[in-house]
Write a protein that binds this ligand. Structure first.
Ligand SMILES: Nc1ncnc2c1ncn2[C@@H]1O[C@H](COP(=O)(O)OP(=O)(O)OP(=O)(O)O)[C@@H](O)[C@H]1O
Ligand SMILES: O=P(O)(O)OC[C@H]1O[C@H](OP(=O)(O)OP(=O)(O)O)[C@H](O)[C@@H]1O
Ligand SMILES: [Mg+2]
Length: 328
C-alpha cells in the first residue's frame, strides 16, 4: 500500500465544526463533500492523495489513537481524556487558536465553605459519616477527574458517568458536584454552580493532531508535507505582524528588535527602511521602542495572510517521529 491516501479527519458537528472549516479554507485546503450533503467522505481540492473523513471530535480522537486516520482536528481535552498514552501514540502538531475551554471542578454556589480543592477534600472526608453515602462527581471526563483528584489527595468520592447535561446533575440529585468543560461560564451560572478556585484541571484548545500508529505510505507522507506547509504558513500569518519603520540605523534597530521582541528581517533591508516580522504579542512594545529608541517617525503595522518559509519544521519533526517508530 505504498500509495494509500492520507486520511484527514474534520469535525462534522458540534463546537469545532465551523472554526475547523474556516481554518482549512484560510490555509488553502478547501474541504469538499463528496456525493450527497450527508456523505461522510470528502476531498481537499487539488490534493488527490487526501481523503477527508467527517467525524465528531471524540470519534476523531479515537480513530487517531487507533491509527485509522492520519491527521485530524480535535480538542486537547479529548486527547488527554481518551488516550492514556497519547504522548507515544499521537503528535499534537499545532494549537489552532480556537476551541478554547477549561475542564473544571464545579460545586453548588451554596457550598460557601468550599473555595479550593483542599476544602473539597475536607468535605469528601466527612461526607460518608454525615450522609451515609460517598460524595459523587458527575462527569464524562472520568480519567482526567481521577487523575486530578488523586493529585489533590482526594480519595473519598465516587464518579457518576454523565453523557450530557452534566451541569444539571447537582440540582436533580444525580451527583453532588461536577467536572465539565466551560468557556463562557454561562451554563455553570445558569445551574447555580461555581468553579473551585484551584479546580481548573486543563486549559484546552483545538489542535491539529497526527497519528503515530497509522501506516504512513509514500503518498500519505507527500500529502502531509503539502498540508503542513500550508498550515504552517497560515499559522505564521496569524501569529506575526509586518512592521515598517523609517529608523535612523536599520541594521542596528533590526538587532535590537530581534533580541527584545523576537522580530526577524525576512527580506533583509529593502530600500534602506526596516521591515520586520514581529510576534503579534510584541507589536505594541516594538512599535513603541522604534519611535522612542530608534528614531522612527512613522511605524506601520499590517496583518499577514500567509507566510511561507523555506522549510517546514513541523513536517520534519513529525516525519522524524513517524520514521523513528517505523524503525523501532
Ligand atoms: N463550551 C465550549 N466552548 C469551547 N469549546 C468547547 C466547548 N465545549 C466543548 N468544546 C470543545 O469542543 C470539543 C467537542 O465538543 P462538542 O460539544 O462539539 O462535542 P460533543 O457533542 O460534546 O461530543 P460528541 O463527540 O460525543 O458528539 C470539546 O471536546 C472541546 O474541546
Ligand atoms: O461555558 P459555556 O459557554 O456555558 O459552555 C459550556 C457548555 O458547552 C458544552 O456543551 P455543548 O453546548 O457543547 O453541548 P453538549 O452537552 O451537547 O456537548 C459543555 O458541555 C457545557 O455544557
Ligand atoms: Mg459539547
Amino acid at each position: 500500500m505504498t500509495d494509500a491516501p492520507l486520511v484527514l479527519a474534520v469535525p462534522s458537528k458540534g463546537r469545532l465544526q465551523e472554526n475547523a472549516n474556516a481554518f482549512f479554507a484560510r490555509a488553502g485546503l478547501p474541504v469538499v463533500q463528496q456525493g450527497s450533503a450527508r456523505s461522510y467522505r470528502g476531498r481537499i481540492g487539488g490534493l488527490p492523495d487526501v481523503e477527508v473523513a467527517f467525524l465528531s471530535a471524540s470519534e476523531i480522537t479515537r480513530e487517531l489513537a487507533a491509527g485509522s486516520v492520519h491527521l485530524g482536528i480535535t480538542g486537547r481535552d479529548l486527547v488527554e481524556e481518551e488516550v492514556s498514552d497519547f504522548a507515544q501514540r499521537l503528535d499534537l502538531v499545532l494549537p489552532l487558536g480556537f476551541g478554547h475551554a477549561d475542564v473544571v471542578v464545579a460545586v453548588p454556589e451554596a457550598w460557601i465553605d468550599v473555595r479550593c480543592m483542599a476544602d473539597l477534600d475536607d468535605v469528601a472526608a466527612d461526607f460518608r459519616a454525615r450522609h451515609g453515602r460517598w460524595l459523587t462527581v458527575a462527569t464524562k471526563y472520568v480519567n482526567l477527574t481521577r487523575r486530578f483528584f488523586t493529585q489533590n489527595g482526594i480519595a473519598d468520592y465516587r464518579i457518576v458517568e454523565s453523557l450530557g447535561a452534566t451541569e444539571g446533575a447537582p440540582a436533580s440529585g444525580a451527583a453532588d458536584l461536577i467536572v465539565d468543560i466551560t468557556s463562557t461560564g454561562s451554563t455553570l451560572t445558569a445551574n447555580a454552580l461555581k468553579i473551585v478556585g484551584d479546580g481548573v484541571i486543563l486549559q484546552s484548545e483545538a489542535h491539529l493532531v497526527a497519528s503515530l500508529s497509522a501506516t504512513w505510505s509514500g503518498a500519505a507522507r507527500g500529502a502531509l508535507r503539502v498540508i503542513l506547509d500550508r498550515i504552517e504558513a497560515e499559522s505564521a500569518g496569524r501569529s506575526l505582524r509586518e512592521i515598517r519603520a523609517d529608523v535612523v540605523d536599520p541594521e542596528g534597530a533590526a538587532k535590537v528588535a530581534a533580541d527584545r521582541f523576537g522580530a526577524t528581517t525576512p527580506f533583509g533591508m529593502p530600500s534602506g527602511h526596516l521591515l520586520l516580522h514581529c510576534p503579534a504579542s510584541k507589536v505594541y512594545a516594538c512599535a513603541e521602542w522604534l519611535r522612542t529608541g530608534a528614531g522612527a517617525r512613522t511605524v506601520s503595522v499590517s496583518r499577514l495572510d500567509t507566510v511561507f518559509a523555506s522549510t517546514s519544521p513541523l513536517a520534519e519533526h513529525l516525519l522524524g517521529r513517524i520514521d523513528g517508530r517505523a524503525r523501532a
